[in-house]
Design a protein around this ligand. Structure first.
Ligand code: GLC
Length: 747
């Protein structure tokens, strides 16, 4: 008996010391210890992501045998918990699953598409939207979203520009990081909170450079441009703590991202020291076969595993071939262990080992008052006023005709990439106007049933009715299905018979206000000309109606600024603000159709433009009007000479010279006049959203350091070069006069 007591005492002491040491084990030690106990099959299981099939036999047995690490698109909290119970309580090691979904711009309360959120130039709005999306999505068990999408998009033909934060690297970097903080919590450790979810910086990398804007298309991106334009938003997301990255579908200079060791290992892990988890895109490992980069699925698995892709989303490559590849020595077990550690680290960071289950909250988690208010604010702040002949803001009395295919389409106003939206919960512009402006007599006669409709039979009746109105409010644009993944368009004009509708409404002679709701810039030069005012809204979500009504009736003065250039015609694409100057820069050539042929050679010379479009876009990056006017003083510099280890401060007095209190996004641009690589004519390096009462002025200041002036050189180094620089503080990328300074003391 004495021996047994001794043994028990010893066992208790041992367990206590082990459990105590288990509590003091670091996360990495816990991960390492767990990996050491896993079989190869269990390791490969963690690298496998499947789309949800409820509690199907295949899924439950795969989970039970540890062959699944993550499930996407499972949206029923009960099913999520049931699958999690199998993983945690019935599989050999009890490793929890992580459940994922594309929660791109809202789960149930839908915010403006990311391109619209970018038009607000407001990191706070973006972060709040992501925080609310996380609160709603985690209520059904989603703990990992595939957002932010931070692909720089300079081609409006590309359907996924809708999902991006626009054409500019700096703006995308700032807003992408804000989205990461919103999903994950401002401090990394928030990620264990049950209402937070892991972000995913995607698509890594260069996807927005798809040739001709055709989705999934090849890209050719010189490494200095990859580093200068496409990679910084991903670095910013990593620095903001993004827990995961996702591969892109495209090849970069012939190597698909899912098999790109330089990108995923040398740069992401080696240079950046990133320790998050890299997931493939849907089937992107398997798609290296049609790419012509892998001979078969086994070859694809080998190439991706060796290129540092930790998890295979629905490609079945790892599940079917990794075990053999390890046995054949083609994939080293160390690579597998590295990948599994990255997967387990995500799960530890989410707190899933301690709290694997979801506490279902039912539908009262959705559409809460604060969520709807935030979505309404985002919709208003993302609206961009392109033209106003004084007809806006509208009066709240009298007769108003509300016309057009997007006046009352809850499905279309929420835009693309919102699988879980409920259009019946969207408040449309027509509904908002009827509900909030009862003194108005609203004429609403059907004209076109949807944006692509070509049948003009109902236009006449709609126009006839509109003739009696004091003002015509016409909602046009794109259906939601015309942008998003695999939704590229070669013609980016208004679809269907919308231009005919606008022309007929114009012919009535009544004041005509256009509201354009779309997922991309559109070539709307003639429509804008026909209008007395044009307001552009990138599919603004559940509360698009109230938000736009707030702007149209003057409760909110529009402050949105374009996050992407609007071309006059698609033939100008790619057209973006931070272009190079060329050896023959054109100077604001405005072509008129009737230039006599012999004058063409003499009057506009041999410079870089299109004969039928000139050298300017329809609207430049950063453009957006207000109900007031703002006067910018010339930028003042703290010094005209800056040393590389120092800095200067640029200031500008901005005055609200109109009669309306309003906000304005003040933008800072720089230009490096001469360098070892030709530099863009302007680069956004800062912005501040200010609010000024009518008549009020303020001094806006920006600090400039060498970091703002540095760029990636041909030799692969990042640095600053001495010489002359220009600085603008302006209302958009085409306005303002520069101040100059020189930089010296570069080592
Ligand atoms: C899609 C998209 C990606 C998305 C994934 C899961 O094909 O490219 O952005 O997150 O599959 O739905």
């Amino acid at each position: 008996m004495r021996h047994i007591k001794f043994f028990i005492a010893g066992a208790v002491a041992l367990c206590t010391s082990v459990s105590l040491s288990a509590q003091t084990l670091t996360e990495e030690q816990k991960i390492g210890e767990l990996v050491s106990r896993m079989t190869l099959s269990e390791k490969i299981g963690q690298m496998n992501q499947l789309t949800g099939t409820g509690l199907s036999g295949d899924m439950t047995s795969a989970v039970r045998s540890g062959k699944v690490g993550s499930i996407l698109n499972e949206l029923d909290a009960g099913t999520v918990n049931a699958l999690q119970k199998i993983a945690v309580e019935e599989s050999r090691l009890g490793i929890p699953l992580v459940f994922a979904r594309d929660v791109i711009h809202g789960f149930k309360t839908i915010f403006p598409i990311p391109l619209g959120q970018a038009a607000s130039w407001d990191a706070g709005i973006v972060e709040t939207g992501a925080e609310i999306a996380a609160r709603e999505a985690t209520s059904v068990g989603i703990r990992w979203t595939f957002a932010p999408m931070i692909d720089i998009s300079r081609d409006p033909r590309w359907g996924r520009i809708a999902e991006s934060l626009g054409e500019d690297t700096y703006l995308t970097s700032v807003l992408g990081a804000a989205m990461v903080r919103g999903f994950q919590g401002s401090e990394g450790n928030d990620l264990t909170a049950p209402d937070r979810m892991a972000a995913c910086a995607k698509h890594f990398a260069g996807y927005g450079a798809s040739e001709s804007g055709k989705d999934y298309n090849t890209t050719w991106i010189p490494r200095s441009q990859l580093r200068e334009t496409y990679l910084p938003p991903f670095k910013a997301a990593a620095e903001a703590g993004a827990a995961t990255f996702m591969c892109s579908f495209n090849d970069i200079n012939g190597i698909p991202s899912s098999g790109n060791s330089w990108l995923n290992v040398d740069l992401l892990r080696g240079e950046w020291g990133y320790d998050g988890m890299l997931v493939s895109d849907w089937g992107s490992i398997e798609q290296m076969i049609p790419h012509g980069y892998a001979a078969d699925l086994k070859d694809a698995a080998e190439k991706s595993a060796n290129a540092g892709v930790d998890m295979d989303m629905m490609g079945f490559a790892y599940d079917r071939h990794l075990e053999t590849l390890v046995a054949e020595g083609k994939v080293d077990i160390a690579k597998i262990d590295e990948a599994v550690k990255n997967v387990l680290r995500l799960k530890f960071r989410l707190g899933l080992f301690e709290n694997p289950y979801t506490v279902p909250q039912g539908r009262d988690a959705f559409y809460r008052a604060d969520a709807l208010a935030a979505a309404r604010k985002a919709a208003a702040e993302s609206a961009v006023l392109l033209k106003n002949n004084g007809v806006l803001p509208l009066k709240t009395t009298g007769k108003i005709a509300v016309v057009g295919p997007l006046a009352d389409s809850g499905r279309d106003q929420v835009g693309t990439w919102c699988f879980d939206a409920e259009p019946e919960h969207a408040v449309t512009p027509l509904q908002a106007i009827l509900a909030e402006y009862p003194e108005l007599e609203v004429i609403n006669t059907p004209s076109l049933t949807h944006s692509r409709e070509r049948n003009t039979k109902r236009i006449k009746a709609a126009v006839k009715a509109a003739r009696n109105a004091d003002v015509i409010l016409c909602f046009v644009g794109e259906e939601a299905i015309l942008s998003g993944e695999a939704r590229s368009r070669a013609d980016i004009s208004l679809p269907g018979a919308q231009r005919e509708l606008i022309a007929e409404l114009k012919a009535t002679g009544r004041p005509l206000v256009l509201v354009v709701m779309a997922g991309r810039p559109l070539t709307i030069e003639s429509e804008v000309k026909m209008s007395d005012a044009t307001l552009f809204s990138f599919h603004a979500g559940t509360m698009a109606g109230p938000g736009l009504a707030d702007v149209l009736f003057g409760k909110v003065s529009p402050s949105g600024k374009l996050p992407v250039t609007f071309p006059k015609m698609v033939g100008q694409v790619p057209v973006y603000y931070n272009h190079k100057n060329t050896g023959r820069p054109a100077n604001d050539i405005t072509l008129i159709d009737d230039i006599p042929v012999d004058a063409v050679q003499t009057s506009i010379g041999f410079t870089s433009y299109h004969l039928d479009a000139g050298d300017r876009p329809l609207f430049p990056f950063g453009y957006g009007l207000s109900y007031t006017t703002f006067e910018y003083g010339a930028p003042q510099l703290s010094s005209e000479a800056m040393t590389a280890d120092g800095g200067i401060t640029a200031t500008c007095t901005v005055r609200n010279t109109g009669g309306v209190d309003a906000s304005e996004v003040v933008q800072l641009y720089i230009r490096d006049r001469v360098a070892s690589l030709v530099r863009p004519v302007r680069e956004l390096k800062g912005f501040k959203k200010i609010s000024l009462k009518a008549g009020e002025s303020t001094v806006v200041s920006f600090d400039i350091t060498s970091a703002d002036l540095s760029f990636w050189r041909a030799d692969g180094t990042f640095g600053v070069e001495p010489g002359e620089f220009e600085v603008w503080i302006s209302t958009d990328s085409d306005a303002g006069v520069p101040a100059r300074f020189s930089l010296s003391g570069v080592k």
